[in-house]
Write a protein that binds this ligand. Sequence first.
Ligand SMILES: *Cc1c(COP(=O)(O)O)cnc(C)c1O
Length: 225
Amino acid sequence: MVNVHENVLQFEKKLNESLEKAHRERSSVEVVAVTKNVSAELTKAILQEGFHQLAENRPEGLIEKQEIIGKEKITWHFIGNLQTRKVKSVINQIDYLHSLDRLSLAKEIEKRAETIISCFLQVNVSGEMSKSGIKPDEIEEFIQQLADYPKIKIIGLMTMAPLTDDKTRIRHIFATLKEYQQKIAEKALSYAPCTELSMGMSGDFQIAVEEGATFIRVGTTLFKE
Ligand SMILES: *Cc1c(COP(=O)(O)O)cnc(C)c1O
């Protein structure tokens, strides 16, 4: 049995510890509940707990959940690798895309989006081959090119830390993403304000919050048995 309420209490406690440590307000972090591995029933349970930002990582999962749960009073995030041919079915159903990682995807979004889409540029900070995202030294040029894509607004950067117990390494990756984010934000580009940081998952959200995450994406910790 999953006790979502109990999980939420434990999660909020940990989150508050980290916020306190970093001298940050609760309102400075958006918690995105990742529902990719859970039923509509558990998704409803997390909404009951007062969460209203949900994330899926597959187009099919998103559409399925939205058919059952709806879109009213929910902010929908897409966090997975998005194939270009799937853009059409997804892009006008979401509020945030966390996984913009290539120009061909930007091009397709530009073609299909009916409104301006808030996007995070996904950056592969750790350099792991298995991780998607653009290389850090490509960020600036990539963003420059987006000046020609009025439907795309880069609101921030996103990364995934490697699966490791080495907390120092994870912390360094998050701190590094923040440095890149601030460098872009300083330019004050209208199409890329880049004020946000999407980083931190169940295993490392406390470190992410301490390092300045403004969006954390958590699934397992909310829905564990
Ligand atoms: C699954 C997933 C998460 C949530 O991971 P948990 O470890 O279950 O919290 C966050 N971000 C992305 C991109 C994911 O695919």
